[in-house]
Write a protein that binds this ligand. Structure first.
Ligand code: UGA
Length: 451
C-alpha cells in the first residue's frame, strides 16, 4: 500500500521504516527542510537501534522516500499516518496545533478515499475533532475520509523490535471497513510473515500479536491509560524503596517477589531516580488535566508525578550527605540519557541533577555512550569525556544515572584506582553492592542497604 507518514520525528521514522520493511511503499514528510535534507542525504537524525539499517535497506529497495511536499504526498497515498509532535503547553495540556495544520492540508489536497491514521499521542476526543476538521476543510474536494486511532506503544531504544513484534495492535475506528484496512496494513506483522530486518532469519518464538478493535475514544484513552499506569507502577516502586531504606529491607528483593505474581508482573518495578523522557512526564500531566476538564479528579496521577519529582531532591540529598559539601567537589557522572539505548535527554533525571550540581558549584566530568552532544549544547560548563574512565579521573564521587548495561561491565577496580575518594552513588541499582564493597567502595544505591 502507498502510505504517507507525516512527521519525521522518532515515531514517524520508526513507523515509516518498519512499514517499509514489511512491504509497503512509504513517503515520509516533514515541514523541517533541514531535517528532510539530512534524511535525503542518508543521515538519520536520532539514535535508535536498527533504524539506520532498516531505512537504508528500504531506501535501496526504493520503498521509502523523504520529502517536504505534504500536498503531493497526500494526493498519492491511500493511507496517511499522522506522527507529528504534540508537546505540552504551559498548562500541561497537549499542543494539537500541528495535527490541526496537517488535517487542513489533508482535507484540501485529497481526492478519493483516504485512511487518516492518528498515531501521535493525543487526548481523548482528538479523533472527533480530526473528523470534523477533515469534513469542514475538505468540503470542496469531494474526498472521503476514514479516521483511525492507532496508538503506539514503542519504547525508545527498542522501538523497532516493539513495532515489528508487538503484543497488541490497537485500532479505534468508526466503521468496520476502516479496521479491515488497518488489518491489511499490519497483516505481515500480525501473521509474522515478513523477513525480519532485526533478527535476519526466523524471529524468536512468541505469541502472535492481538488485533484489538475499539471505538476511537477508547483507543485514545488506552494510550494514556497505559503510560500513566506504568508511571504509577514506577512511583510505587520508588516509594517502596524509600520505605526499604528506613526499615532496612532491600527493594529489589521485594519487587522481585512481587513481580512473580502474574497479577502484578515484574516490569516497571525498578526503583531509581525516577521516570523521564518525553512520554511519561508529559502524558501523566496531560491525562490528569484531561480528567480534570471532564470533571474527574485523578489525584492518584498527580501524586505519582509529585513522587517522581521528589526523586531528584532525594538523590541530591543522598549525594550531599555522603559528600558533606558539594561546592568545589569533583563529580564523575556516568549516564545522561533518560534511559539506556537512546540519545534522548528530554526530561532526563540525570540532566536535572547535572543542572543542580553545577548550580551548587560542583565540577562535573560526564560520560554517556550516546547523549553527550545533546547535553553539551545545553550544559557547556561540564566536561565531556571520551569514556567512563576519563570521567572518573580525580573524582570525589561517581554518580551512576543511566542504566547502560556497559556500565555494569566496567572495570570497577580500575575506576577505584582513579578516584580521589572511592564513593559511588548508583541511581539505577545497576551494580552489585557486595562486589562494590569487596573492591573497597563506599556504595549507596536506591532502597538497598548501603555498603
Ligand atoms: C514509554 C512507554 O513504555 C511506551 O510503551 C510508549 O509507547 C512510550 O512511552 C510513548 O508514549 O511513546 P519510553 O518513554 O521510551 O516508553 O521509555 P520507558 O522504557 O517506558 O521508560 C520511561 C522512563 O521510566 C525512563 O526514564 C526509565 O528509566 C524509567 N523507568 C522505567 C524506571 O525508572 N523504572 C522502571 O522500572 C522502568
Amino acid at each position: 500500500m502507498r502510505i504517507s507518514i507525516i512527521g519525521c520525528g522518532y515515531v514517524g521514522l520508526v513507523t515509516g521504516g518498519c512499514l517499509a520493511a514489511v512491504g509497503h511503499h512509504i513517503t515520509c514528510v516533514d515541514s523541517d527542510a533541514e531535517r528532510i535534507r539530512a534524511l535525503v542525504a542518508g543521515q538519520i537524525p536520532i539514535y535508535e537501534p536498527h533504524l539506520d539499517e532498516l531505512i537504508s535497506r528500504a531506501r535501496s529497495e526504493k520503498r521509502i522516500e523523504f520529502t517536504g511536499d505534504l500536498a503531493a504526498s497526500v494526493e498519492t497515498s491511500e493511507a496517511i499516518f499522522i506522527c507529528v509532535g504534540t508537546p505540552p503547553l504551559e498548562n500541561g495540556e497537549a499542543d494539537l496545533s500541528s495535527i490541526d495544520a496537517v488535517a487542513r492540508v489533508i482535507a484540501t489536497e485529497s481526492r478519493g478515499s483516504k485512511l487518516v491514521v492518528e498515531k501521535s499521542t493525543v487526548p481523548v476526543r482528538t479523533g472527533e475533532q480530526l473528523c470534523r476538521a477533515l469534513e469542514v476543510y475538505g468540503r470542496t474536494g469531494g474526498a472521503k475520509f476514514q479516521v483511525v486511532s492507532n496508538p503506539e506503544f514503542l519504547r525508545e531504544g527498542s522501538s523497532v523490535i516493539d513495532f515489528l513484534h508487538p503484543d497488541r495492535i490497537v485500532v479505534g475506528v468508526n466503521e468496520p471497513s476502516a479496521a479491515e484496512k488497518m488489518r491489511e496494513i499490519y497483516r505481515p506483522i500480525l501473521e509474522r510473515n515478513f523477513v525480519c530486518p532485526v533478527h535476519g532469519g526466523p524471529c524468536p518464538p512468541g505469541a502472535a500479536p492481538q488485533f484489538v478493535v475499539t471505538t476511537i475514544n477508547s483507543s485514545e484513552l488506552i494510550k494514556h491509560a497505559c503510560n500513566s499506569f506504568l508511571a504509577l507502577k514506577i512511583s510505587y516502586a520508588n516509594v517502596l524503596a524509600d520505605l526499604c531504606e528506613r526499615l532496612g529491607a532491600d527493594v529489589q528483593e521485594v519487587t522481585r517477589a512481587m513481580g512473580m505474581d502474574p497479577r502484578i508482573g515484574p516490569q516497571f518495578l525498578n526503583a531509581g531516580i525516577g521516570f523521564g523522557g518525553f512520554c511519561f512526564p508529559k502524558d501523566i500531566q496531560a491525562f490528569y488535566r484531561l480528567a480534570e476538564r471532564a470533571g474527574e479528579d485523578f489525584a492518584l496521577l498527580r501524586e505519582a508525578e509529585r513522587i517522581n519529582k521528589d526523586r531528584i531532591d532525594r538523590f541530591l540529598e543522598k549525594t550531599r550527605r555522603a559528600l558533606w559539601v558539594l561546592k568545589g567537589k569533583h563529580i564523575g557522572m556516568l549516564g545522561l540519557a533518560f534511559k539506556a539505548n537512546t540519545d534522548d535527554i528530554r526530561f532526563a533525571p540525570a540532566l536535572e541533577l547535572l543542572r543542580r550540581l553545577l548550580a551548587e558549584g560542583a565540577s562535573v566530568r560526564a560520560y554517556d555512550p550516546q547523549a553527550m552532544n545533546k547535553t553539551r549544547a545545553q550544559f557547556p560548563s561540564a566536561t565531556y569525556c571520551q569514556d567512563a574512565y576519563q570521567a572518573v579521573e580525580g573524582a570525589d564521587a561517581v554518580l551512576l544515572l543511566t542504566e547502560w548495561p556497559e556500565f555494569r561491565e566496567l572495570d570497577w577496580r580500575r575506576i577505584h584506582s582513579k578516584m580521589v575518594r572511592p564513593l559511588v552513588l548508583d541511581g539505577r541499582n545497576l551494580l552489585d553492592p557486595r562486589r562494590m564493597r569487596e573492591i573497597g567502595f563506599e556504595y549507596h544505591s536506591i532502597g538497598r542497604p548501603d555498603s
